[in-house]
Design a protein around this ligand. Sequence first.
Ligand code: GCB
Length: 601
Amino acid sequence: MLYPQMNEKRTVFDLGGLWNFYLGGESLEKKYLAEPLKNPEKMYVPASYNDQKADKRYMEHYGFVYYQRYFSVPNELKSKRIVLRFGAVAHKCVVFINGKELINNTGGFLPFEAEIDPNSLKEQNLLSVAVDNRIDLSTLPVGNEVKRAMFGDGLPDFESVRKTVIKNKNYPNFDFFNYCGINRPAFIYTTPKEYINDITVITEIKNGAAAVKVSASLAGCEKASVCVFDREGKEIIHNADASSEFVIEAPRLWQPGNAYLYTAKVTCGDDCYYQKFGIRSVEIKGDKFLINGKPFYFKGFGKHEDSETHGRGYDGALNVKDISLMKWINANSFRTSHYPYAEEMLSLCDEEGIVVIGETPAVGLGFSYGNEAEQAKLNARAKHHKEVLEQMIARDKNHPCIVAWSLANEPDTTGDPDRAHEYFKTLYDLAHRLDPQSRPVTVVVCNNDYVRDKTATLSDMICVNRYYGWYIFAGDLDAAKQAMTQEMEYFSKFGKPLMITEYGADAVAGIHSAGANTFSEEYQLEFYEAINSVLDKYSFVVGEQAWNFADFATVQGVMRVDGNKKGLFTRDRRPKLAAHHFRKRWGEIPDFGYKCNNKGE
Ligand code: GCB
Protein backbone atom coordinates (compact mmCIF):
# COMPACT_ATOMS: atom_id res chain seq x y z
CA MET A 1 0.00 0.00 0.00
CA LEU A 2 1.53 3.33 -1.07
CA TYR A 3 2.08 6.12 1.44
CA PRO A 4 0.31 9.37 0.42
CA GLN A 5 2.62 11.59 -1.57
CA MET A 6 2.58 15.19 -2.78
CA ASN A 7 4.06 15.37 -6.26
CA GLU A 8 3.31 16.89 -9.66
CA LYS A 9 0.33 14.53 -10.09
CA ARG A 10 -0.90 13.98 -6.53
CA THR A 11 -1.93 16.17 -3.60
CA VAL A 12 -2.08 15.44 0.13
CA PHE A 13 -4.03 17.20 2.88
CA ASP A 14 -3.05 16.49 6.45
CA LEU A 15 -6.07 16.14 8.73
CA GLY A 16 -3.96 16.50 11.88
CA GLY A 17 -4.88 19.11 14.46
CA LEU A 18 -7.71 19.71 16.89
CA TRP A 19 -10.78 17.56 16.39
CA ASN A 20 -14.08 17.63 18.26
CA PHE A 21 -14.44 14.75 20.67
CA TYR A 22 -16.95 12.90 22.82
CA LEU A 23 -16.33 10.09 25.30
CA GLY A 24 -19.10 7.59 24.54
CA GLY A 25 -20.24 4.30 26.06
CA GLU A 26 -20.27 0.62 25.32
CA SER A 27 -22.67 0.68 22.40
CA LEU A 28 -22.23 2.45 19.12
CA GLU A 29 -24.51 5.48 18.88
CA LYS A 30 -24.92 6.51 15.29
CA LYS A 31 -26.20 9.97 16.15
CA TYR A 32 -22.68 10.91 17.23
CA LEU A 33 -21.51 10.00 13.76
CA ALA A 34 -24.38 11.38 11.73
CA GLU A 35 -24.90 14.73 13.45
CA PRO A 36 -22.47 17.37 14.69
CA LEU A 37 -21.52 16.74 18.34
CA LYS A 38 -23.17 19.13 20.80
CA ASN A 39 -20.74 20.92 23.17
CA PRO A 40 -17.81 18.81 22.05
CA GLU A 41 -14.46 18.72 23.77
CA LYS A 42 -11.20 19.17 21.89
CA MET A 43 -8.77 16.34 21.22
CA TYR A 44 -5.52 16.44 19.26
CA VAL A 45 -4.91 14.11 16.29
CA PRO A 46 -2.71 12.15 15.81
CA ALA A 47 -2.33 10.98 19.42
CA SER A 48 -4.04 8.62 21.81
CA TYR A 49 -6.89 10.27 23.68
CA ASN A 50 -6.18 8.64 27.07
CA ASP A 51 -3.43 10.91 28.34
CA GLN A 52 -4.54 14.22 26.81
CA LYS A 53 -6.89 15.05 29.67
CA ALA A 54 -6.32 15.16 33.40
CA ASP A 55 -9.45 13.16 34.24
CA LYS A 56 -8.85 9.43 34.74
CA ARG A 57 -12.05 8.59 32.89
CA TYR A 58 -9.98 8.89 29.70
CA MET A 59 -7.36 6.43 30.94
CA GLU A 60 -10.00 3.98 32.15
CA HIS A 61 -12.38 4.30 29.23
CA TYR A 62 -14.04 1.14 27.91
CA GLY A 63 -15.94 1.34 24.64
CA PHE A 64 -16.53 4.00 22.02
CA VAL A 65 -15.25 7.53 21.62
CA TYR A 66 -16.29 9.87 18.80
CA TYR A 67 -14.11 12.23 16.81
CA GLN A 68 -15.38 14.87 14.36
CA ARG A 69 -14.02 17.58 12.15
CA TYR A 70 -15.02 19.38 8.96
CA PHE A 71 -13.05 19.33 5.75
CA SER A 72 -13.33 20.84 2.27
CA VAL A 73 -11.87 19.74 -1.02
CA PRO A 74 -10.89 22.47 -3.52
CA ASN A 75 -13.25 22.41 -6.54
CA GLU A 76 -10.41 21.95 -9.02
CA LEU A 77 -9.58 18.62 -7.37
CA LYS A 78 -13.07 17.17 -7.62
CA SER A 79 -12.29 15.65 -10.99
CA LYS A 80 -9.58 13.55 -9.31
CA ARG A 81 -9.75 10.35 -7.34
CA ILE A 82 -10.11 11.45 -3.71
CA VAL A 83 -9.05 9.11 -0.91
CA LEU A 84 -9.39 9.27 2.86
CA ARG A 85 -6.60 7.41 4.64
CA PHE A 86 -5.84 6.70 8.29
CA GLY A 87 -2.36 5.50 9.33
CA ALA A 88 -3.81 3.63 12.34
CA VAL A 89 -6.90 3.87 14.52
CA ALA A 90 -6.91 1.63 17.60
CA HIS A 91 -8.62 -0.78 17.66
CA LYS A 92 -11.89 -0.77 15.71
CA CYS A 93 -13.57 2.14 13.99
CA VAL A 94 -16.41 3.29 11.79
CA VAL A 95 -15.99 6.34 9.57
CA PHE A 96 -18.86 8.50 8.35
CA ILE A 97 -18.85 11.41 5.91
CA ASN A 98 -21.87 13.71 5.84
CA GLY A 99 -23.99 11.21 7.76
CA LYS A 100 -23.15 8.14 5.65
CA GLU A 101 -20.82 5.30 6.45
CA LEU A 102 -17.71 5.30 4.28
CA ILE A 103 -15.60 2.54 5.80
CA ASN A 104 -15.01 0.53 8.95
CA ASN A 105 -11.85 -1.14 10.08
CA THR A 106 -10.60 -3.67 12.60
CA GLY A 107 -7.01 -3.62 13.85
CA GLY A 108 -5.24 -0.69 15.44
CA PHE A 109 -1.77 -0.66 13.89
CA LEU A 110 -2.09 -0.64 10.12
CA PRO A 111 -3.43 1.83 7.56
CA PHE A 112 -6.77 1.69 5.80
CA GLU A 113 -8.35 3.91 3.21
CA ALA A 114 -11.46 4.50 1.13
CA GLU A 115 -12.34 6.51 -1.93
CA ILE A 116 -14.70 9.42 -1.43
CA ASP A 117 -17.28 10.04 -4.14
CA PRO A 118 -16.69 13.67 -5.24
CA ASN A 119 -20.45 14.03 -5.93
CA SER A 120 -21.18 13.39 -2.26
CA LEU A 121 -19.07 16.38 -1.23
CA LYS A 122 -20.43 19.73 -0.14
CA GLU A 123 -18.51 22.91 0.63
CA GLN A 124 -18.04 21.82 4.26
CA ASN A 125 -18.11 18.11 5.01
CA LEU A 126 -18.58 16.45 8.35
CA LEU A 127 -16.05 13.67 8.96
CA SER A 128 -16.88 11.50 11.99
CA VAL A 129 -14.99 8.55 13.42
CA ALA A 130 -16.25 6.23 16.15
CA VAL A 131 -13.38 4.34 17.81
CA ASP A 132 -13.77 1.27 20.01
CA ASN A 133 -10.85 0.45 22.34
CA ARG A 134 -12.11 -2.91 23.56
CA ILE A 135 -9.90 -5.95 23.37
CA ASP A 136 -10.92 -9.55 23.90
CA LEU A 137 -9.98 -13.08 22.91
CA SER A 138 -10.72 -12.35 19.26
CA THR A 139 -8.55 -9.25 18.95
CA LEU A 140 -4.87 -8.60 18.39
CA PRO A 141 -3.46 -7.69 20.82
CA VAL A 142 -5.39 -10.12 23.01
CA GLY A 143 -7.60 -9.05 25.91
CA ASN A 144 -8.77 -11.22 28.78
CA GLU A 145 -12.45 -11.24 29.47
CA VAL A 146 -12.81 -11.64 33.19
CA LYS A 147 -14.59 -8.95 35.07
CA ARG A 148 -12.32 -9.28 38.03
CA ALA A 149 -10.65 -7.14 40.61
CA MET A 150 -6.98 -7.40 41.34
CA PHE A 151 -7.56 -9.67 44.34
CA GLY A 152 -5.37 -12.72 44.74
CA ASP A 153 -6.58 -16.30 44.91
CA GLY A 154 -7.67 -17.65 48.26
CA LEU A 155 -9.22 -14.40 49.43
CA PRO A 156 -12.88 -14.06 50.42
CA ASP A 157 -15.40 -14.26 47.63
CA PHE A 158 -15.73 -10.77 46.22
CA GLU A 159 -18.45 -11.78 43.78
CA SER A 160 -20.83 -9.05 44.87
CA VAL A 161 -18.10 -6.42 44.65
CA ARG A 162 -17.27 -7.64 41.19
CA LYS A 163 -20.86 -7.48 40.06
CA THR A 164 -21.80 -4.12 41.46
CA VAL A 165 -18.81 -1.89 41.95
CA ILE A 166 -16.25 -2.94 39.42
CA LYS A 167 -16.86 -1.39 36.04
CA ASN A 168 -16.29 -3.20 32.79
CA LYS A 169 -12.79 -2.58 31.67
CA ASN A 170 -10.05 -3.86 29.43
CA TYR A 171 -7.80 -6.55 30.87
CA PRO A 172 -4.88 -6.61 28.47
CA ASN A 173 -3.15 -9.95 28.12
CA PHE A 174 0.01 -7.96 27.40
CA ASP A 175 2.25 -5.58 29.26
CA PHE A 176 1.70 -2.14 27.74
CA PHE A 177 -1.00 0.43 28.25
CA ASN A 178 -3.92 0.03 25.86
CA TYR A 179 -3.58 3.53 24.37
CA CYS A 180 -6.26 4.16 21.75
CA GLY A 181 -7.71 6.70 19.35
CA ILE A 182 -6.60 8.14 16.03
CA ASN A 183 -3.00 7.28 16.79
CA ARG A 184 -1.36 7.99 13.46
CA PRO A 185 -1.64 10.66 10.75
CA ALA A 186 -4.88 10.94 8.78
CA PHE A 187 -4.85 12.31 5.24
CA ILE A 188 -7.05 13.09 2.30
CA TYR A 189 -5.07 12.63 -0.88
CA THR A 190 -5.79 12.73 -4.56
CA THR A 191 -4.51 10.78 -7.54
CA PRO A 192 -5.52 10.88 -11.18
CA LYS A 193 -8.59 8.70 -11.91
CA GLU A 194 -6.34 6.13 -13.55
CA TYR A 195 -3.54 5.53 -11.14
CA ILE A 196 -0.65 3.52 -9.77
CA ASN A 197 -2.09 1.34 -7.05
CA ASP A 198 1.05 -0.28 -5.68
CA ILE A 199 4.77 -0.68 -6.32
CA THR A 200 7.06 -3.58 -5.48
CA VAL A 201 10.84 -3.31 -5.59
CA ILE A 202 13.05 -6.39 -5.75
CA THR A 203 16.82 -6.17 -5.92
CA GLU A 204 19.43 -8.85 -6.30
CA ILE A 205 23.15 -8.33 -5.97
CA LYS A 206 25.11 -10.37 -8.55
CA ASN A 207 28.84 -10.03 -9.17
CA GLY A 208 29.03 -6.48 -7.92
CA ALA A 209 26.00 -5.28 -9.92
CA ALA A 210 22.35 -5.07 -8.86
CA ALA A 211 19.50 -6.57 -10.84
CA VAL A 212 16.47 -4.44 -10.00
CA LYS A 213 12.81 -4.93 -10.76
CA VAL A 214 10.29 -2.22 -9.96
CA SER A 215 6.87 -3.57 -10.76
CA ALA A 216 3.64 -1.64 -10.47
CA SER A 217 0.06 -2.67 -9.92
CA LEU A 218 -2.08 -0.36 -12.03
CA ALA A 219 -5.68 0.76 -11.88
CA GLY A 220 -6.93 1.93 -15.26
CA CYS A 221 -3.68 3.14 -16.77
CA GLU A 222 -1.57 0.75 -18.83
CA LYS A 223 2.14 0.14 -18.98
CA ALA A 224 4.25 1.84 -16.38
CA SER A 225 7.81 3.02 -16.88
CA VAL A 226 10.57 3.58 -14.37
CA CYS A 227 13.38 6.10 -14.01
CA VAL A 228 15.88 5.65 -11.19
CA PHE A 229 17.73 8.49 -9.47
CA ASP A 230 20.69 8.18 -7.16
CA ARG A 231 20.84 9.96 -3.81
CA GLU A 232 22.17 13.11 -5.45
CA GLY A 233 19.23 13.17 -7.86
CA LYS A 234 21.18 12.07 -10.93
CA GLU A 235 19.15 9.89 -13.29
CA ILE A 236 20.88 6.54 -13.68
CA ILE A 237 18.10 4.52 -15.35
CA HIS A 238 15.89 6.13 -17.96
CA ASN A 239 12.41 4.87 -18.80
CA ALA A 240 12.84 1.18 -18.09
CA ASP A 241 9.81 -1.01 -18.57
CA ALA A 242 8.18 -1.62 -15.19
CA SER A 243 7.69 -5.27 -15.92
CA SER A 244 11.33 -6.01 -16.76
CA GLU A 245 14.54 -6.21 -14.82
CA PHE A 246 17.33 -3.65 -15.24
CA VAL A 247 20.86 -3.48 -13.93
CA ILE A 248 22.53 -0.88 -11.75
CA GLU A 249 26.27 -1.26 -12.17
CA ALA A 250 28.47 -0.78 -9.09
CA PRO A 251 25.51 -0.02 -6.81
CA ARG A 252 25.87 1.79 -3.50
CA LEU A 253 24.51 -0.68 -0.95
CA TRP A 254 22.09 0.06 1.88
CA GLN A 255 24.08 -0.87 4.95
CA PRO A 256 23.41 -0.78 8.68
CA GLY A 257 24.68 2.57 9.91
CA ASN A 258 25.45 3.65 6.38
CA ALA A 259 22.21 3.85 4.46
CA TYR A 260 21.99 4.67 0.80
CA LEU A 261 18.65 5.10 -0.92
CA TYR A 262 17.75 5.29 -4.58
CA THR A 263 14.47 6.70 -5.85
CA ALA A 264 12.40 5.00 -8.54
CA LYS A 265 10.01 7.34 -10.31
CA VAL A 266 7.18 5.21 -11.65
CA THR A 267 5.05 6.84 -14.33
CA CYS A 268 1.83 5.53 -15.79
CA GLY A 269 -0.57 7.61 -17.90
CA ASP A 270 -1.16 10.81 -16.00
CA ASP A 271 0.06 9.46 -12.64
CA CYS A 272 3.47 9.16 -11.09
CA TYR A 273 4.94 8.06 -7.75
CA TYR A 274 8.43 8.38 -6.27
CA GLN A 275 9.37 5.17 -4.46
CA LYS A 276 12.56 5.09 -2.43
CA PHE A 277 14.44 1.81 -2.19
CA GLY A 278 17.72 0.37 -0.97
CA ILE A 279 19.91 -2.31 -2.46
CA ARG A 280 20.85 -4.89 0.15
CA SER A 281 20.58 -8.61 0.63
CA VAL A 282 19.41 -10.55 3.66
CA GLU A 283 19.99 -14.27 4.09
CA ILE A 284 20.40 -16.96 6.71
CA LYS A 285 23.38 -19.25 6.18
CA GLY A 286 23.98 -21.97 8.75
CA ASP A 287 23.80 -20.24 12.11
CA LYS A 288 24.60 -16.76 10.76
CA PHE A 289 22.35 -13.87 9.76
CA LEU A 290 23.88 -12.25 6.70
CA ILE A 291 23.29 -8.70 5.49
CA ASN A 292 24.99 -8.01 2.15
CA GLY A 293 26.70 -11.39 2.49
CA LYS A 294 28.36 -10.62 5.84
CA PRO A 295 27.44 -11.99 9.31
CA PHE A 296 25.52 -9.27 11.10
CA TYR A 297 25.23 -8.85 14.88
CA PHE A 298 22.02 -7.24 16.18
CA LYS A 299 22.66 -4.69 18.95
CA GLY A 300 19.58 -2.91 20.11
CA PHE A 301 16.20 -3.03 21.69
CA GLY A 302 12.65 -4.04 21.94
CA LYS A 303 10.79 -0.76 21.94
CA HIS A 304 7.34 0.70 22.23
CA GLU A 305 5.53 3.57 20.61
CA ASP A 306 4.96 5.25 23.95
CA SER A 307 5.41 8.69 25.45
CA GLU A 308 3.87 11.15 27.89
CA THR A 309 0.72 12.86 26.58
CA HIS A 310 0.88 11.34 23.07
CA GLY A 311 0.43 7.81 24.46
CA ARG A 312 0.85 5.54 21.47
CA GLY A 313 0.29 8.46 19.09
CA TYR A 314 2.72 9.27 16.33
CA ASP A 315 5.41 11.69 17.46
CA GLY A 316 7.91 12.41 14.69
CA ALA A 317 10.24 14.47 16.87
CA LEU A 318 10.42 11.70 19.46
CA ASN A 319 11.25 9.17 16.75
CA VAL A 320 14.14 11.35 15.59
CA LYS A 321 15.34 11.56 19.18
CA ASP A 322 15.04 7.80 19.70
CA ILE A 323 17.11 7.02 16.63
CA SER A 324 19.67 9.57 17.72
CA LEU A 325 19.87 7.92 21.17
CA MET A 326 20.27 4.55 19.48
CA LYS A 327 23.27 5.92 17.64
CA TRP A 328 24.59 7.44 20.89
CA ILE A 329 24.45 4.03 22.57
CA ASN A 330 25.99 2.34 19.49
CA ALA A 331 22.88 0.24 18.76
CA ASN A 332 22.10 -0.79 15.21
CA SER A 333 18.62 -2.32 15.41
CA PHE A 334 15.24 -2.75 17.10
CA ARG A 335 12.13 -4.90 16.90
CA THR A 336 8.75 -3.23 16.45
CA SER A 337 7.52 -4.91 19.63
CA HIS A 338 4.59 -5.66 19.79
CA TYR A 339 2.86 -4.30 16.68
CA PRO A 340 3.77 -2.72 13.34
CA TYR A 341 5.09 0.81 13.95
CA ALA A 342 4.16 3.94 12.02
CA GLU A 343 5.30 3.96 8.39
CA GLU A 344 7.02 7.29 9.06
CA MET A 345 9.31 5.57 11.60
CA LEU A 346 10.29 2.91 9.07
CA SER A 347 11.09 5.58 6.49
CA LEU A 348 13.29 7.26 9.08
CA CYS A 349 15.09 3.96 9.72
CA ASP A 350 15.57 3.53 5.95
CA GLU A 351 17.31 6.91 5.92
CA GLU A 352 19.31 6.33 9.10
CA GLY A 353 20.47 2.77 8.43
CA ILE A 354 18.76 1.27 11.45
CA VAL A 355 17.91 -2.43 11.07
CA VAL A 356 14.34 -3.38 12.00
CA ILE A 357 12.46 -6.61 12.70
CA GLY A 358 8.81 -5.98 11.89
CA GLU A 359 6.32 -7.62 14.26
CA THR A 360 2.59 -8.23 13.89
CA PRO A 361 0.25 -7.16 16.76
CA ALA A 362 -0.10 -10.79 17.84
CA VAL A 363 0.80 -10.59 21.50
CA GLY A 364 -0.84 -12.51 24.33
CA LEU A 365 -1.79 -15.61 22.31
CA GLY A 366 -2.95 -18.76 24.04
CA PHE A 367 -4.45 -21.71 22.20
CA SER A 368 -6.54 -23.60 24.63
CA TYR A 369 -9.71 -21.91 25.78
CA GLY A 370 -12.61 -23.90 27.07
CA ASN A 371 -16.10 -23.32 25.76
CA GLU A 372 -17.50 -22.99 22.28
CA ALA A 373 -17.95 -19.23 22.38
CA GLU A 374 -14.32 -18.79 23.32
CA GLN A 375 -13.29 -21.19 20.60
CA ALA A 376 -15.20 -19.13 18.04
CA LYS A 377 -13.28 -16.07 19.15
CA LEU A 378 -10.01 -17.93 18.72
CA ASN A 379 -11.01 -18.85 15.19
CA ALA A 380 -11.84 -15.22 14.42
CA ARG A 381 -8.49 -14.22 15.86
CA ALA A 382 -6.65 -16.77 13.71
CA LYS A 383 -8.28 -15.26 10.62
CA HIS A 384 -7.37 -11.74 11.75
CA HIS A 385 -3.79 -12.84 12.41
CA LYS A 386 -3.45 -13.81 8.73
CA GLU A 387 -5.02 -10.51 7.66
CA VAL A 388 -2.64 -8.36 9.72
CA LEU A 389 0.35 -10.35 8.52
CA GLU A 390 -0.75 -9.82 4.94
CA GLN A 391 -1.40 -6.11 5.49
CA MET A 392 1.91 -5.59 7.30
CA ILE A 393 3.94 -7.19 4.52
CA ALA A 394 1.96 -5.30 1.86
CA ARG A 395 2.65 -2.02 3.68
CA ASP A 396 6.31 -2.59 4.59
CA LYS A 397 7.72 -4.85 1.84
CA ASN A 398 9.83 -2.10 0.20
CA HIS A 399 11.58 -0.84 3.34
CA PRO A 400 15.25 -1.84 3.24
CA CYS A 401 15.45 -1.34 7.01
CA ILE A 402 13.19 -4.35 7.56
CA VAL A 403 15.31 -7.50 7.52
CA ALA A 404 12.97 -10.04 9.15
CA TRP A 405 9.36 -10.57 10.19
CA SER A 406 8.16 -11.65 13.61
CA LEU A 407 4.81 -13.42 13.47
CA ALA A 408 4.04 -13.04 17.19
CA ASN A 409 5.43 -12.21 20.59
CA GLU A 410 5.48 -14.92 23.24
CA PRO A 411 2.58 -17.10 22.14
CA ASP A 412 2.03 -20.10 24.37
CA THR A 413 3.63 -22.71 22.11
CA THR A 414 4.11 -25.38 24.78
CA GLY A 415 0.61 -25.71 26.31
CA ASP A 416 -0.48 -27.64 23.22
CA PRO A 417 2.73 -27.97 21.17
CA ASP A 418 1.17 -29.70 18.17
CA ARG A 419 -1.62 -27.21 17.82
CA ALA A 420 0.82 -24.30 18.08
CA HIS A 421 3.03 -25.93 15.46
CA GLU A 422 0.12 -26.32 13.07
CA TYR A 423 -1.05 -22.76 13.70
CA PHE A 424 2.35 -21.20 13.06
CA LYS A 425 3.22 -23.44 10.12
CA THR A 426 0.39 -21.79 8.19
CA LEU A 427 1.64 -18.33 9.11
CA TYR A 428 5.28 -19.10 8.29
CA ASP A 429 4.22 -20.39 4.88
CA LEU A 430 2.05 -17.34 4.30
CA ALA A 431 4.82 -14.87 5.21
CA HIS A 432 7.32 -16.65 2.99
CA ARG A 433 4.86 -16.69 0.13
CA LEU A 434 3.86 -13.04 0.47
CA ASP A 435 7.21 -11.34 0.95
CA PRO A 436 8.73 -10.41 -2.43
CA GLN A 437 12.12 -9.97 -0.69
CA SER A 438 12.03 -13.43 1.01
CA ARG A 439 13.09 -12.11 4.40
CA PRO A 440 13.66 -14.54 7.27
CA VAL A 441 10.64 -15.18 9.48
CA THR A 442 10.51 -15.87 13.21
CA VAL A 443 8.24 -16.18 16.22
CA VAL A 444 9.53 -14.57 19.42
CA VAL A 445 9.18 -17.25 22.09
CA CYS A 446 9.42 -17.30 25.87
CA ASN A 447 8.33 -20.62 27.33
CA ASN A 448 9.63 -21.79 30.67
CA ASP A 449 9.32 -25.39 29.46
CA TYR A 450 11.07 -24.48 26.20
CA VAL A 451 12.02 -28.08 25.37
CA ARG A 452 8.33 -28.76 24.62
CA ASP A 453 8.18 -26.07 21.93
CA LYS A 454 7.85 -27.40 18.38
CA THR A 455 7.83 -24.11 16.48
CA ALA A 456 11.58 -23.46 16.68
CA THR A 457 12.13 -25.90 13.83
CA LEU A 458 9.89 -23.72 11.63
CA SER A 459 11.74 -20.49 12.32
CA ASP A 460 14.53 -19.14 10.13
CA MET A 461 16.12 -17.49 13.15
CA ILE A 462 15.22 -18.50 16.72
CA CYS A 463 14.22 -15.52 18.84
CA VAL A 464 14.02 -15.90 22.61
CA ASN A 465 12.87 -13.54 25.35
CA ARG A 466 14.39 -14.50 28.67
CA TYR A 467 14.31 -13.04 32.18
CA TYR A 468 16.62 -15.22 34.31
CA GLY A 469 17.73 -12.87 37.07
CA TRP A 470 14.37 -11.13 37.12
CA TYR A 471 11.12 -13.13 36.99
CA ILE A 472 13.14 -16.29 37.56
CA PHE A 473 16.02 -16.19 40.08
CA ALA A 474 15.43 -12.53 40.90
CA GLY A 475 18.50 -11.13 42.61
CA ASP A 476 20.59 -14.26 41.98
CA LEU A 477 22.79 -13.63 38.99
CA ASP A 478 24.87 -16.78 39.41
CA ALA A 479 21.75 -18.90 39.09
CA ALA A 480 20.62 -16.69 36.19
CA LYS A 481 23.86 -17.27 34.31
CA GLN A 482 23.63 -21.00 34.81
CA ALA A 483 20.03 -21.18 33.63
CA MET A 484 20.90 -19.06 30.60
CA THR A 485 23.85 -21.29 29.79
CA GLN A 486 21.61 -24.37 30.01
CA GLU A 487 19.08 -22.82 27.63
CA MET A 488 21.74 -21.71 25.14
CA GLU A 489 23.23 -25.23 25.18
CA TYR A 490 19.79 -26.57 24.29
CA PHE A 491 19.20 -24.14 21.42
CA SER A 492 22.73 -24.51 20.05
CA LYS A 493 21.70 -27.93 18.70
CA PHE A 494 19.26 -26.49 16.15
CA GLY A 495 22.02 -25.23 13.83
CA LYS A 496 20.18 -21.93 13.42
CA PRO A 497 21.06 -18.38 14.40
CA LEU A 498 19.49 -17.30 17.67
CA MET A 499 18.84 -13.84 18.94
CA ILE A 500 17.88 -12.73 22.44
CA THR A 501 15.01 -10.43 21.63
CA GLU A 502 14.26 -9.46 25.25
CA TYR A 503 16.11 -9.59 28.55
CA GLY A 504 16.13 -7.05 31.31
CA ALA A 505 15.45 -5.97 34.85
CA ASP A 506 13.33 -3.08 36.16
CA ALA A 507 15.40 -0.16 37.44
CA VAL A 508 13.70 2.85 38.93
CA ALA A 509 15.84 5.80 37.84
CA GLY A 510 17.53 7.35 40.86
CA ILE A 511 17.35 4.22 43.06
CA HIS A 512 20.93 3.28 43.85
CA SER A 513 22.26 0.42 45.91
CA ALA A 514 25.87 -0.43 46.69
CA GLY A 515 24.80 -4.07 47.03
CA ALA A 516 23.03 -3.99 43.65
CA ASN A 517 19.58 -4.90 44.94
CA THR A 518 16.67 -5.45 42.60
CA PHE A 519 15.05 -2.29 41.19
CA SER A 520 18.29 -0.32 41.56
CA GLU A 521 20.23 1.00 38.59
CA GLU A 522 23.20 -1.05 39.81
CA TYR A 523 21.20 -4.29 39.66
CA GLN A 524 20.08 -3.57 36.11
CA LEU A 525 23.72 -2.98 35.18
CA GLU A 526 24.98 -6.15 36.86
CA PHE A 527 22.13 -8.14 35.35
CA TYR A 528 23.23 -7.16 31.85
CA GLU A 529 26.92 -7.73 32.58
CA ALA A 530 26.09 -11.23 33.82
CA ILE A 531 23.81 -12.29 30.98
CA ASN A 532 26.00 -10.71 28.30
CA SER A 533 28.95 -12.76 29.57
CA VAL A 534 26.94 -15.89 28.74
CA LEU A 535 25.77 -14.66 25.34
CA ASP A 536 29.35 -13.87 24.37
CA LYS A 537 30.26 -17.55 24.62
CA TYR A 538 27.94 -18.68 21.84
CA SER A 539 28.73 -17.86 18.25
CA PHE A 540 25.22 -18.87 17.09
CA VAL A 541 23.84 -16.01 19.22
CA VAL A 542 23.68 -13.34 16.54
CA GLY A 543 22.13 -10.54 18.51
CA GLU A 544 21.06 -9.02 21.77
CA GLN A 545 18.13 -6.67 22.07
CA ALA A 546 17.63 -5.32 25.57
CA TRP A 547 14.14 -4.91 26.99
CA ASN A 548 13.34 -2.07 26.82
CA PHE A 549 14.68 0.99 25.05
CA ALA A 550 12.76 3.27 27.43
CA ASP A 551 10.41 3.00 30.41
CA PHE A 552 6.80 2.79 29.28
CA ALA A 553 3.24 2.90 30.54
CA THR A 554 1.35 -0.24 31.53
CA VAL A 555 -1.85 -1.02 33.41
CA GLN A 556 -1.79 -0.21 37.10
CA GLY A 557 -0.96 -3.07 39.41
CA VAL A 558 1.43 -4.31 42.03
CA MET A 559 3.84 -5.70 39.43
CA ARG A 560 4.62 -2.27 38.02
CA VAL A 561 6.00 0.87 39.64
CA ASP A 562 4.27 3.62 37.63
CA GLY A 563 4.78 1.56 34.48
CA ASN A 564 7.43 -0.84 33.26
CA LYS A 565 10.86 0.38 34.33
CA LYS A 566 13.06 -1.92 32.26
CA GLY A 567 14.11 0.95 30.00
CA LEU A 568 17.77 1.69 29.51
CA PHE A 569 16.39 5.21 29.17
CA THR A 570 13.69 6.74 31.30
CA ARG A 571 10.37 7.55 29.71
CA ASP A 572 11.68 11.07 29.05
CA ARG A 573 14.76 9.55 27.42
CA ARG A 574 17.49 10.05 30.05
CA PRO A 575 20.10 7.27 30.20
CA LYS A 576 20.27 5.02 33.25
CA LEU A 577 23.52 3.47 34.52
CA ALA A 578 23.20 0.35 32.34
CA ALA A 579 22.96 2.52 29.23
CA HIS A 580 26.61 3.43 29.71
CA HIS A 581 27.55 -0.26 29.90
CA PHE A 582 25.88 -0.87 26.55
CA ARG A 583 27.34 2.26 25.02
CA LYS A 584 30.82 0.96 25.76
CA ARG A 585 30.06 -2.68 24.93
CA TRP A 586 28.32 -1.97 21.64
CA GLY A 587 31.00 0.56 20.71
CA GLU A 588 33.44 -2.38 20.83
CA ILE A 589 31.24 -4.93 19.04
CA PRO A 590 31.34 -4.48 15.26
CA ASP A 591 28.13 -4.64 13.20
CA PHE A 592 29.69 -7.40 11.11
CA GLY A 593 31.83 -10.42 11.88
CA TYR A 594 31.41 -10.50 15.67
CA LYS A 595 32.36 -13.91 17.09
CA CYS A 596 33.41 -15.04 13.59
CA ASN A 597 36.78 -16.24 12.37
CA ASN A 598 38.43 -14.48 9.46
CA LYS A 599 36.39 -16.57 7.03
CA GLY A 600 33.24 -15.04 8.55
CA GLU A 601 32.20 -18.38 10.11
C1 GCB B 1 7.92 -9.91 28.18
C2 GCB B 1 7.04 -9.28 27.17
C3 GCB B 1 7.05 -7.77 27.28
C4 GCB B 1 7.03 -7.34 28.74
C5 GCB B 1 8.26 -7.88 29.41
C6 GCB B 1 8.32 -7.53 30.90
O1 GCB B 1 8.30 -11.05 28.08
O2 GCB B 1 7.31 -9.67 25.85
O3 GCB B 1 5.94 -7.28 26.58
O4 GCB B 1 6.94 -5.96 28.88
O5 GCB B 1 8.28 -9.27 29.31
O6 GCB B 1 8.92 -6.54 31.24
O7 GCB B 1 7.72 -8.26 31.67
